[in-house]
Design a binder for this molecule. Structure first.
Ligand code: GLA
Length: 371
């Protein structure tokens, strides 16, 4: 085994600064490398988690962002199945939340306002008159602390960030921990925890754009969503408050359908929150996506009650990403496990309010396979 710079041994894993280090026997590996600097000079690192099945997840400290995910196809050929940039620069200049952790509140809060315990709070309006994905500088645009996790059988990185009282208009100091972990069962788990010192809305999610073929658009991907109802939206993509059955509509993914099959019947494309059958709490199946040519499949299980299915409608060919690929409309799709959009203004939706002394907990598992 060669040595490159600083090396730390953590529970059988080799944590190496630089490339070219392999672990002793577990088949799992964690490596770290410099990924660039923010304009203010802050250094950004990228961590690479690998397992013995040939999966590699690279996650950087800026936005706790998954920058690449190499997964073998049915022939065993690895391909990168998430959209993004090759270097930090692209993420800083123009990223529609490629692969990032989204917070303090994933998706929209109408007019950037909500009333909590009799107090009206005003958040940054960064999506027309609405608040989207945590505001102007959400959790996707901050540098997180990172440390490898000492746990048997997984390669994991723990990211933490303290969101200060008043940040983007939210009340309370919110301490957030997000752990990405990769197992030899080809599961990429993302777990979230948060604690606050004042009552605040919290709704954390992960915003990867998947393309299981690693090329082209995703209209031929087959998708199943474990949901019998969705939350219809107004022209600003704010839920009306109604919970509408999917049966007989293009939103019915209770059995697998190609994403492109009925998309023309959905104005603007899919960008909707699906109400998951299990209602949150226990870890249960949310979705299964399958790409026929590569044979790659991705199953998502979650403890969240909702799933935002976004079919990459705003991608318009103006972004050139990894490998020189132009990201046209529907080049990737997102499955964002979450509570429902605009819940702070919708008393009928499950509550997203975290109070002092309570712990926000959420878990989502992406399991990769082939058929
Ligand atoms: C989410 C939203 C979309 C869009 C994307 C980011 O999925 O629901 O409307 O804002 O994020 O471009």
């Amino acid at each position: 085994m060669k040595s490159f710079g600083k090396i730390l041994l953590v529970c059988g894993f080799v944590i190496a600064a630089g490339a070219g280090i392999s672990s002793g026997g577990t088949g799992m590996d964690i490596k770290t490398q410099a990924f660039g600097r923010l304009p203010d000079g802050t250094a950004v690192e990228v961590y690479s988690l690998t397992n013995e099945k040939g999966l590699e997840a690279r996650i950087m400290t800026y936005g706790a962002t998954l920058v690449s995910l190499e997964v073998p196809d049915r022939m065993g050929k690895a391909g990168d199945i998430v959209l993004g940039y090759e270097s930090l620069d692209g993420y800083i200049k123009n990223s529609p939340y490629f692969g990032s952790i989204v917070g303090r509140y994933g998706n929209r809060i109408a007019k950037g306002k909500f009333i909590l315990d009799g107090v009206t709070y005003t958040l940054a309006a960064n999506n027309g008159e609405n608040h989207l994905h945590g505001g102007i500088k959400g959790f996707d645009k901050v540098v997180w602390n990172a440390e490898p996790v000492r746990e048997e059988g997984v390669a994991a990185i723990k990211f933490s960030y303290l969101s200060r009282d008043g940040e983007e208009g939210y009340p309370g100091n919110l301490a957030v921990v997000v752990i990405y972990s990769l197992s030899n069962d080809n599961e990429l788990k993302i777990s979230y925890e948060a604690r606050t010192d004042k009552a605040t809305p919290v709704n954390l999610t992960h915003h990867s754009y998947f393309n299981l073929a690693g090329e082209g658009d995703v209209l031929g991907h087959e998708l199943m969503i474990a949901s019998d109802a969705y939350t219809p939206v107004d022209s600003g993509l704010i839920p009306t408050g109604e919970i509408r059955p999917v049966m007989g509509t293009p939103f019915d993914f209770t059995s697998p359908h190609a994403i492109g099959e009925r998309i023309a019947k959905v104005e603007g494309g899919y960008d909707h929150n699906f109400v998951l059958r299990k209602g949150g709490g226990e870890l249960s199946r949310a979705a299964l996506a399958a790409e026929p040519k590569s044979g790659r499949t991705m199953e998502i299980t979650t403890t969240e009650p909702g799933l935002q299915f976004y079919s990459g409608n705003f991608l318009d060919g103006t972004i050139t990403g990894k490998g020189g690929r132009v990201y046209s409309k529907h080049a990737g799709f997102c499955l964002e496990t979450q509570h429902f959009p605009d819940s702070p203004n919708k008393p009928g939706f499950p509550s997203t309010i975290l109070r002092p002394g309570r712990v926000y907990k959420s878990l989502t598992v992406h399991k990769f396979s082939t058929r």
